[in-house]
Design a protein around this ligand. Structure first.
Ligand code: ATP
Ligand code: MG
Length: 350
């Protein structure tokens, strides 16, 4: 008990609000995305006049505020009007038509889902949704197992805006022409922040997260530089939080550059693929010795070794992609045909 005593009182922690460093924290104000926000609003605007909204594909690399911008739009819409429904679904997590429909039910607060098929449920929620205008924000759209839901939404929901978020700038070109001609989406690119913008975003988080004087200004440069190298703001948030925890564990009142270096070392270690399971390691090895093959070709090699079902294979493949070890360059989204590319820096560590 005495071991923990000094951390129990408020005065002993370096953090004023540790949550402000959580990647899922939504800051009150989003800086440097004014024109992107305007663009999104323009697509939704017709819904306010009970007209058809415009569909939009938002694309750009990881950690540059695409999800944040859309979450903020959702919050503001919900504060502004009751006439427009807003759904946000991450298709990495809800990757099948059925899971997506269940999620729509949950967000509509519709609970009578037992013993009903996906089709039956969709018919029910369709009539509820069509009583209003609707914005569907479908995040990580390229991670969905199938895009069937898009057909259903396009065909059966009247007044709507679909916002599809992806890292893949070529997503639109890979869509089935029938879907493309139904969606007719606008494209909005989110570009990485400049170094100065990253610095200002992180400074703002430091002010929210730490007590005054805990994070000396001169340490901000190294965190900014490291974040800028990857463009991913999450990296900066991790370094801030981790260096704070390290300083705190040493009962120090200020974060030094040494703590940031330790946090950086931790980040490098956690990026190594040490915690892959046996199948993931096996698949990764096959991919490493057979670069630039298609998913089908890799699956055939994997099966030759007496391995599991295609479903398991697909799941493991996505884990490798999420761990940034490989890149799935899709050739045809509907058929789930991908070329598998190795991400160089990571594969060396393996
Ligand atoms: N302009 C900004 N102001 C404040 N925080 C920001 C800003 N842009 C991004 N962030 C923060 O950076 C982190 C990553 O942002 P977000 O999750 O929106 O990235 P993303 O572009 O959706 O990435 P991914 O493609 O990996 O999903 C979040 O914690 C978010 O709050
Ligand atoms: Mg995102």
């Amino acid at each position: 008990m005495s071991l923990f005593k000094k951390y129990l009182s408020d005065s002993e922690t370096l953090f004023k609000n540790e949550t402000a460093l959580d990647p899922n924290f939504t800051p009150k104000k989003i800086q440097f995305r004014e024109s992107e926000n305007e663009y999104i609003v323009t697509c939704i605007k017709p819904l306010f006049q009970n007209r058809y909204g415009k569909n939009l594909i938002i694309y750009g690399p990881p950690g540059i505020g695409k999800t944040l911008a859309c979450i903020k739009i959702k919050e503001e819409l919900e504060e502004t009007t009751d006439d427009i429904l807003v759904f946000y679904i991450n298709l990495w997590k809800k990757n099948t038509q059925y899971k997506i429909i269940l999620e729509l039910c949950a967000q509509l607060d519709y609970k009578f889902i037992q013993n009903k098929s996906a089709d039956e449920l969709f018919q029910i929620i369709k009539s509820k949704i069509n009583q209003k205008s609707t914005v569907f924000i479908l995040d990580e759209i390229d991670k969905a197992d199938s895009l069937e839901i898009l057909y259903s939404l396009m065909e059966d929901i009247y007044k709507k805006t679909l916002i599809l978020i992806t890292n893949d700038k070529n997503f639109i070109y890979k869509l089935d022409p029938r879907l493309k001609s139904r969606l007719l989406p606008d494209n909005l690119e989110f570009k990485p922040y400049s170094q100065i913008e990253i610095q200002k975003i992180l400074k703002n988080r430091i002010e929210l997260a730490f007590h005054v004087g805990v994070f000396p200004n001169n340490n901000l440069n190294i965190v900014t530089t490291k974040t800028y190298e990857s463009a991913d703001i999450r990296k900066g948030l991790f370094l801030l939080r981790e260096s704070g925890l390290i300083a705190e564990s040493q009962s120090l009142k200020q974060i030094s550059s040494k703590h940031i270096e330790e946090a950086l070392a931790k980040l490098e270690t956690s990026n190594k693929p040490l915690n892959l399971d046996i199948d993931e390691k096996k698949i990764f090895k096959i991919i490493s010795s057979n670069p630039d093959r298609t998913t089908q070709e890799i699956f055939n090699l994997y099966q030759k070794e007496g391995n599991k079902s295609e479903r398991t294979f697909q799941r493991k493949l996505k884990t490798l992609e999420k761990a940034n070890l490989i890149e799935l360059e899709s050739m045809n989204i509907q058929g789930r045909h991908y070329k598998i590319k190795l991400r160089n820096s990571k594969s060396k560590d393996f």
